[in-house]
Design a protein around this ligand. Structure first.
Ligand SMILES: Cc1cc2nc3c(=O)[nH]c(=O)nc-3n(C[C@H](O)[C@H](O)[C@H](O)COP(=O)(O)OP(=O)(O)OC[C@H]3O[C@@H](n4cnc5c(N)ncnc54)[C@H](O)[C@@H]3O)c2cc1C
Ligand code: SF4
Length: 481
């Protein structure tokens, strides 16, 4: 009733486009404490169920309001291994479920979360917590994205010896080689990795399980194996001209740029947006990251196409509070000057005699209900248009998990090309082999990956020891931090 919602602002566009660093403007502690005061400590806090981790949101909001930042940090770490990732990158389904959001702006939960964990790091409250004893059980985790890292930390805390295998040169998964530095600087990952290493987790990078190391060997050498390899198969666009030079998969562009920013070698020909008319095809997170990266590389123009209709600004009918609504979302990258078009489909790429992309052809589309149920795509006659374009970035999503590991371990897949396991126990059909994160649920969110990693750790611990005290969703004993 007394305070309006306030979150960290952004540095001006002209200034932030000169670099790849984060660009949010810090808030005063007193302002953050006032934001904590906006939480109403509801009898039934719907934000708990909005958050896939079951974060203890009213509790840490109240601690912040009372200036008890160390208590807030303990509450936050009781449910979330890496609030510095979610506090920067989560789309905050908790805020869509906040009761205050029914008729006002919701509590700025994500921003409070980020500031709690950053205060805790700055004050030195976060330090390694090695287990008090060891079980002598060995667990192999394949993949070091947020799912693998969360599971590794939980299993290590239960006293098991954990080794994380990662085919990239450094751990982090999409946090390191997908998401650009301007959304999260990689020092944020390294800071947490140092803690994990000091706690006793071993990392073997540059090891592609299934190629450099047979997956079956892991099963023999370890008491349990957890697969967290992500959903990495990219969707293509098989239309005329797709093989032209300048038609590029978004992930090739983003991963290469992150390596450039980190000043480490990359494979393949350089992909550079400087001076080019860039068209990003696909309106999701990946597309948005391509927009911000293209602007920072010096693109002449950046245009974004989305095949779906433009969603409404407010909640659509049929998606009431406290559910996650499909409404128009505008990222900081969109605000940097991209032209966005909806209900548009790309029909063909056109090139010059040297095979270089020069333009693309689109058509407007409509989504019609067939038999009053399924939406069917219809092209609008007479709406074909040619757009100048020298770099087209395909950000069309991912179609599932790579098949190598599943094939070599004889694992069943689900109908969506993910490795099959129930969220009840994360067990695959191979005894002792578990799967979590995007490799189980398909391309999703960091908060879900952490949540699945934590829960899989509980079930692996129970498989190894007969029972587990590791928490499932929500709290458990509050850690020292
Ligand atoms: C460009 C982009 C931007 C995104 N932005 C956001 C965002 O802002 N907010 C958000 O919440 N989510 C975002 N997401 C989604 C989010 O990054 C993922 O949901 C999350 O990283 C999944 O975590 P994971 O641990 O399951 O898998 P990943 O992060 O994909 O990690 C899998 C790891 O396994 C490794 N691996 C795979 N197979 C093998 C093998 N055989 N041997 C060894 N290693 C292997 C891979 O190299 C990789 O490091 C984004 C996704 C993309 C692509
Ligand atoms: S992790 Fe995401 S959903 Fe959970 S409290 Fe933080 S911002 Fe909200």
């Amino acid at each position: 009733m007394e305070y309006d919602r306030k979150v960290e602002g952004y540095r001006p566009v002209a200034e932030r486009l000169k670099h790849f660093r984060e660009f949010t403007q810090p808030m005063e502690t007193t302002d953050l404490e006032k934001q904590g005061a906006r939480c109403m400590d509801c009898g039934i806090p719907f934000c708990h169920s909005g958050c896939p981790l079951g974060n203890l949101i009213p509790d840490f909001n109240d601690a912040v309001y009372h200036g008890q930042w160390e208590k807030a940090a303990r509450l936050l770490h009781a449910t979330n291994n890496f609030p510095e990732f979610t506090g920067r990158l989560c789309p905050a389904p908790c805020e869509e479920a906040c009761v205050l959001g029914i008729n006002q702006d919701p509590v700025s939960i994500e921003n409070i979360e980020k500031n709690i964990v950053e205060t805790a790091f700055a004050k030195g409250w976060i330090h390694p917590e090695p287990p008090l004893g060891r079980t002598e059980k060995k667990v192999a985790v394949v993949g070091s994205g947020p799912a693998g890292l969360a599971a590794a930390q939980q299993l290590n805390r239960a006293g098991h010896w954990v080794t994380v295998f990662e085919r990239d040169e450094k751990p982090g998964g999409l946090l390191r080689f997908g998401i650009p530095d301007f959304k999260m600087e990689k020092s944020v990952i390294d800071r947490r990795l140092n803690i994990l290493k000091e706690e006793g987790i071993r990392f073997k990078c540059g090891v592609h399980v299934g190629k450099d190391l047979p997956a079956a060997a892991l099963k023999e050498d370890y008491d349990a194996v957890l697969l967290c390899g992500g959903a990495t198969v990219r969707r293509g666009l098989p239309i005329p001209g797709a093989a032209l030079q300048g038609v590029v998969q978004a992930m090739d562009f983003l991963a290469q740029n992150n390596r450039k920013v980190a000043d480490v070698p990359f494979e393949g020909a350089p992909i550079d947006a400087r001076g080019k008319h860039v068209i990003v095809i696909g309106g999701g997170d990946t597309g948005s990251d391509c927009i911000g990266t293209s602007f920072r590389q010096g693109a002449s123009s950046v245009t974004n196409f989305e095949i779906l209709d433009k969603p409404p600004l407010g909640r659509p009918e049929g998606q009431p509070w406290p559910f996650w609504p499909m409404r128009l979302r505008t990222s900081s990258s969109h605000l940097e000057g991209a032209d966005r078009y909806f209900s548009i489909s790309t029909k063909a790429f056109k090139g010059d005699p040297q095979g270089r992309l020069k333009s693309l052809i689109t058509v407007e589309v409509e989504w019609e209900k067939s038999n009053g149920k399924r939406l069917v795509l219809k092209e609008v006659p007479g709406t074909e248009k040619e757009w100048p374009c020298d770099l087209a970035l395909l950000a069309l999503g991912f179609t599932g998990s790579e098949p190598t590991l599943a094939e070599s371990l004889g694992l069943e897949m689900d109908p969506r090309s993910n490795i099959k396991a129930s969220a009840r126990d994360y067990k695959t059909n191979a005894p002792g082999v578990f799967v979590a994160g995007d490799q189980r649920r398909g391309q999703s969110l960091i908060v879900w990956a952490i949540s699945e990693g934590r829960q899989a750790a509980h079930h692996i611990d129970a498989f190894l020891m007969g029972r587990s005290e590791l928490p499932l969703k929500g709290g458990g004993d509050l850690p020292r931090i």
